[in-house]
Design a protein around this ligand. Structure first.
Ligand code: GUE
Length: 275
């Protein structure tokens, strides 16, 4: 079984991004936060730290966990109109009553470095240039890095979220995989996931995918980052059990996560260099 780690790939992407960022005016990323969620705030700190390391300016705009949707909308619109800001990201989760899908429409698609605006998702589906959500892009980057063939192969995505499952299905289709998307209402999940040559778990349920869900030799990508009670992190895949069956598997932590952060910064550098 091959362990597909993301750390080296993330470092390589950051090195490239540092060079791209140095080629023009300093790229600037604005991260809008309206949550007290610990995992989410951890991600924001790690984005800020990684941005600094590659020469990208990062403004964290914290509106507080009680922020009204109108205030979030207004902030996204102002940042989108600010010529000094090249990338705008709205962190999730959001306060009750605020919809990420609705609010993301206020992000200028040219600055939409986490692919959250519905226009970005539509463009992605239509095969037009757009920023893909960094997490979905990270799955493809890992598969490419480890030279996993996609053309003509059966890919199964578990999870249909707007940030991962749906955009990822389009990215995989674009690469000529045969794609099936499963979700909470899928009957007999294991019978579907067992047909996968490439299996991606992106649901947010700790250890949902066990040995019985995986075909021998399959490539398994674990997108889940579920916090544990002891302050650790566990994926959607039962690593120990699936490692006995799979041909290759990404670890959590140290798999998709670091590549996600690196790609968000790459997108920001590219947004800054758009003609
Ligand atoms: N609009 C939006 N886009 C997101 O992409 C988004 C979001 N909101 N809200 C929160 C989640 C969470 N998320 C993570 C990204 C990287 C790691 C990551 O790099 N984790 C490290 C380990 C961290 C540790 O050890 O605690 C790793 O996997 O190696 C984790 C979690 C992106 N999210």
């Amino acid at each position: 079984m091959r362990t597909l780690t993301g750390k080296e790939l993330a470092a390589a992407i950051r090195a490239q991004t540092e060079a791209e960022a140095a080629a023009g005016p300093q790229p600037r990323l604005a991260v809008v936060v309206a949550t007290a969620d610990e995992a989410s705030l951890w991600y924001v700190r790690s984005i800020a730290k990684a941005a600094a390391s590659v020469g990208i300016a990062c403004d964290v705009v914290d509106l507080g966990a009680e922020a009204a949707p109108e205030r979030i909308d207004d902030t996204l619109a102002k940042l989108s109109a600010d010529a000094n800001v090249h990338g705008v990201m709205l962190q999730t989760p959001l306060p009750a009553g605020a919809s990420a899908q609705r609010l993301a429409a206020a992000i200028d698609p040219r600055k939409d470095v986490d692919g959250a605006n519905p226009l970005s998702l539509g463009r992605l589906a239509a095969g037009l240039p757009a920023f893909a959500p960094a997490t979905a892009a990270a799955v493809l980057a890992l598969l490419d890095h480890y030279e996993v063939e996609l053309q003509g192969r059966r890919a199964v995505v578990v999870g249909r979220s707007t940030v991962v499952g749906k955009p990822l299905a389009h990215l995989l289709l674009d690469r000529h995989a045969t794609v099936t998307v499963c979700h909470s209402r899928t009957r007999d999940l294991a019978s579907v996931t067992s047909t996968a040559e490439v299996l991606v778990a992106a649901v947010g349920r700790p250890a949902l995918i066990g040995a019985g869900h995986v075909a021998p030799g399959a490539v398994v990508i674990d997108v889940g980052t579920n916090p544990t009670d002891d302050g650790g992190l566990i994926g959607d895949v039962d690593f120990g059990a699936v490692a006995e069956v799979a041909g290759a598997l990404t670890p959590v932590p140290g798999g998709v996560g670091p590549v996600t952060t690196a790609l968000l910064l790459r997108h920001t550098a590219r947004a800054a260099n758009l003609p």
